[in-house]
Design a protein around this ligand. Structure first.
Ligand SMILES: NC(=O)c1ccc[n+]([C@@H]2O[C@H](COP(=O)([O-])OP(=O)(O)OC[C@H]3O[C@@H](n4cnc5c(N)ncnc54)[C@H](OP(=O)(O)O)[C@@H]3O)[C@@H](O)[C@H]2O)c1
Length: 306
C-alpha cells in the first residue's frame, strides 16, 4: 500500500509527490498504456504530465482518453505544455512561438485533445530571454481569468528566463531536470520564490538511477553526460550505491528534501512497479546523508543563458 504525499500549489491544486510523466508511455500499445495509468492511479498518483508537442498531439489524445475512463473513480489533475508550433500530419516541429495568439489557439487544441473543460496546469514548454515574455505572461493571466486554466508555470533550465518569470509573473510551478547527477537546480533553488513549486523531471536520469543502472550506463551513457565521462559516472554510481543500493529511492529522497514534485516517466508497467516500490522505500535524509551524497557527486552549474 502506497502512502502518497501531496504537494499543494499556490492556486490550491494538489499534486501527488510522485507524478507520472507521460512522454515515454508506450502509446502504440494502448492496453499497456492503460495498465500503466490505471496502476499509477491505484498507487495514489494524481498528477499526469504531458505536452502538446509529445507525439505531435497524440500523447494528449491518448492520455486524455484513458484518464476519462477512470474519472468516476479517481480525482486527478493534468499538466500540459505549449509554445511549440508543429505539423501533426508531417510529424514535424515547425518552431517556437510563445505569442499570446499562439497560446490562445494552442489551448483550444489541448482542451479538445485531452477532453477536458479546464487545464489544471498550463506550462510554457521552454522559452528564451529574447521572447516577449510580458506578452506570454499576459496570455497566461488572461487564460486564468477566462477560467480555461487553473494554474500556470514554466519548464525551463535557463537561469535568466527563470529569473524573469520569478520577478514578473505569478507562476506556480517551475519544471527542471533535477536528480542526483543533474543537480544544477541546486544552484538556483534559493532564488526561487517560496510559493513556486519545483517539478523535477528526469528523476531517474533515463534509468541511470535505477536497479538497472549498470546496464543503462553501458547502453545510454557511452559518451558520459554533462561533466561526467562514462567511467566517472560508473564511479559515482558505485559511491551512491554504497550509501543506498536503491538509487531510485535515494534520488527520490534527495528530491523530497528539496520539496520537489517527482515527475517520473516510464515506458513499461515493470518500470512503474519498480519506481512505486522505490517511492515506498524512500529514505528521509539527514544533513549527514546529504553531505555524503554531495561528496559522491559532482556539483553541476548551468553554464549558458545567465
Ligand atoms: N522540457 C520539458 O518540459 C520536458 C522534457 C523532458 C521530459 N519532460 C516530462 O518529464 C517526464 C519525465 O522525464 P524523463 O522521461 O526525461 O525522465 P525520467 O523520468 O528520468 O526517465 C524516464 C525514462 O527512464 C527510464 N526508466 C524509468 N524508470 C525506470 C526503471 N525503473 N528502470 C529502468 N529504466 C527506467 C525509461 O527509459 P526507456 O523508455 O528508455 O526504458 C523511461 O522512459 C516526461 O515523461 C515528461 O512528461 C518534460
Amino acid at each position: 500500500m502506497t502512502f502518497m504525499k501531496n504537494i499543494q500549489l499556490k492556486d490550491g491544486i494538489n499534486l501527488s509527490e510522485f507524478s507520472l510523466g507521460c512522454m515515454n508511455l508506450p502509446l502504440s500499445d494502448s492496453a499497456e498504456t492503460e495498465k500503466i495509468i490505471g496502476r499509477a492511479l491505484e498507487a495514489g498518483v494524481t498528477h499526469f504530465d504531458t505536452a502538446d508537442l509529445y507525439q505531435f498531439g497524440e500523447n494528449e489524445r491518448v492520455v486524455g482518453n484513458i484518464l476519462r475512463k477512470f474519472q468516476a473513480d479517481y480525482d486527478f489533475t493534468i499538466g500540459t505544455k505549449a509554445g511549440n508550433e508543429f505539423d501533426a500530419a508531417k510529424q514535424e516541429k515547425i518552431g517556437w512561438n510563445p505569442s499570446a495568439s499562439h497560446l490562445k489557439e494552442a489551448i483550444k487544441q489541448s482542451i479538445s485533445r485531452l477532453g477536458v473543460e479546464v487545464i489544471d496546469l498550463y506550462q510554457l514548454h521552454g522559452g528564451t530571454i529574447e521572447d516577449n515574455k510580458d506578452e506570454t505572461i499576459g496570455a497566461f493571466e488572461d487564460l486564468k481569468q477566462e477560467g480555461l486554466i487553473r494554474s500556470y508555470g514554466i519548464s525551463s533550465i535557463r537561469p535568466n528566463v527563470i529569473n524573469y518569470y520569478m520577478k514578473h509573473s505569478s507562476i506556480s510551478t517551475l519544471m527542471m531536470q533535477f536528480n542526483l547527477i543533474d543537480n544544477r537546480p541546486l544552484e538556483i533553488l534559493d532564488d526561487i520564490n517560496s510559493d513556486v513549486t519545483v517539478l523535477a523531471r528526469g528523476p531517474v536520469m533515463k534509468g541511470l538511477l535505477s536497479k538497472n543502472s549498470k546496464e543503462i550506463l553501458k547502453d545510454k551513457f557511452e559518451d558520459g553526460v554533462m561533466d561526467y565521462s562514462q567511467s566517472e559516472l560508473n564511479h559515482t554510481i558505485d559511491a551512491l550505491s554504497a550509501l543506498n543500493p536503491d538509487l531510485t529511492a535515494l534520488s527520490y529522497g534527495f528530491l523530497r528534501h528539496h520539496n520537489a514534485v517527482i515527475v517520473n516517466g516510464v515506458s513499461s508497467i515493470e518500470q512503474l512497479e519498480s519506481n512505486i516500490d522505490s517511492y515506498n522505500q524512500m529514505p528521509e535524509l539527514s544533513q549527514g546523508d546529504l553531505d555524503q551524497i554531495m561528496a559522491a557527486v559532482k556539483m553541476m552549474k548551468y553554464e549558458a543563458h545567465r
